[in-house]
Design a binder for this molecule. Structure first.
Ligand code: SR1
Ligand code: MG
Length: 402
């Protein structure tokens, strides 16, 4: 069975049965294909007699969301597996356990997290996750610091850069985030009522200059091993637990891209409160919760990152007074810019988010979309001027007040 082909459910069961630590006994296994993402097959395998379960995830050789006309390398399954293992080592308890990898079949067999909820869904349903800021700040601080030139052997880092070269998946990001939204690309998915807003962005030279700087950073700045797609659909949560999944876009890139992804998706949910909150007071409370979460994440991240640097810094020259402060201010600016770019692309680019697309009322949906565009474009324009996380929060608050 080892030559690549998309698995049938029966084959997925046969493979799952080899994971003795989950299925030590021979009772019947049941499979359900639950992949609702853009790129992969995901088999949820359960053993009704014991309640044991696991996930078999298989990469397809094309982007499922578009079809076979968009081929994608299967090597991304190896990258995803290796990134999951590395992230699990660097941030214990914050990534799913990997039981087995098969690079030929492009699969990863991993811990079933169905006692958690996908954070995007949880947020849409009004969930509150009091430990999330603590957990995600730990995840980003440790995975970014210990894979960067700040926190690891710099020769080994170059070898890691090589093993995480991920051209097909990077190309998706380069197109969908840093190019298509800024011209009349056939990839865009623009609701008719938003055409004028998209056209205004295509004509905005100040904005496009900032996008060019951000694109350049994404293309060239091999700062740390990124998750690469750290939106709220890549995070499982409960009130007590956080697990980061799906690092198939992992590659060496600018740290602010991962942090900005988390913030952008909280901001998209913030914009979507035009519909999901029951009334004005509920909307205010929910938005305050989301902005406080962003503030907490940045504050905790910065403190943890500085502590890691002070205790484990691998580079003598980088101890020069002022360098750490400069690094963190540049990282904040990148984070603000990438948060903006990742907000804009979800409104009329190829791939949207359920927070906004599932708003049934067209008027509320349009208000949420325009609000997200206003926040996203302001963040992009402001990125190189940002001095504090309060700048990002003020932009989000001001957009609502307009
Ligand atoms: C063709 S893939 C579209 C999007 O889904 C992934 O989650 C990434 O965000 C990508 O840009
Ligand atoms: Mg994904």
């Amino acid at each position: 069975m080892s030559q690549y082909h998309p698995l049938t459910e029966a084959e997925a069961i046969e493979i799952a049965r080899t994971i003795n630590e989950v299925f030590p006994t021979g009772e019947e296994l049941v499979s359900k294909e639950i992949g609702d993402g853009n790129l992969n097959l995901v088999f949820h395998i359960t053993q009704p007699a014991t309640g044991a379960s696991l996930i078999v995830k298989q990469a397809l050789p094309y982007a499922k969301v578009v079809g076979e006309s968009w081929p994608l390398s299967l090597d991304r399954a190896r990258i995803e597996s290796e990134a999951l293992v590395k992230q699990g080592e660097l941030a214990p308890g914050l990534a799913p356990r990997v039981y087995k990898t098969d690079n030929e079949l492009a699969l990863t067999i991993m811990e079933d997290l169905s006692d958690h909820v996908i954070m995007r869904k949880g947020l849409i349903e009004g969930g509150v996750y009091p430990k999330f800021a603590e957990h995600i700040s730990e995840f980003i601080a440790r995975t970014l610091f210990f894979t960067s030139d700040l926190g690891m052997n710099q020769q080994e880092k170059k070898r890691l850069v090589e093993s995480f070269i991920n051209p097909d998946l990077c190309k998706i990001t380069e197109d969908l985030i840093f190019e298509d939204p800024y011209y009349d690309s056939p990839n865009n998915n623009i609701e008719a009522h938003l055409r004028d807003a998209a056209e205004a962005i295509w004509a905005d030279e100040e904005l496009k200059l900032e996008v060019a700087f951000l694109r350049e950073k994404f293309l060239t700045n091999a700062q740390a091993l990124l998750h690469g797609d750290l939106h709220t659909g890549s995070i499982f949560v409960t009130p007590d637990s956080t697990k980061v999944i799906d690092p198939e876009f992992a590659y060496y890139g600018p740290m602010g891209f991962d942090i900005g992804a988390v913030f952008a998706n909280l901001l998209l949910n913030y914009a979507s409160q035009e519909h999901w909150s029951a009334d004005e007071a509920a909307r205010r409370d929910r938005r305050a919760y989301l902005l406080n979460t962003i503030r907490d994440i940045w504050t905790l991240f910065e403190a943890k990152f500085r502590k890691l640097w002070n205790e484990h810094g691998a580079d003598r020259v980088f101890r020069a007074p002022g360098y750490q402060d400069s690094y963190l201010s540049r990282l904040l600016q990148d984070t603000v810019g990438f948060a903006g770019a990742k907000t804009v692309r979800r409104i009329y680019g190829l791939s949207h988010v359920a927070d906004i697309d599932s708003i049934p009322d067209a008027g509320a949906r349009e208000r949420a979309q325009r609000l997200a565009l206003s926040i996203g474009t302001s963040l992009i324009k402001h990125n190189r001027k940002a001095v504090s996380i309060e700048d990002l929060l003020d932009i989000a608050s001001a957009a609502v007040a307009k």
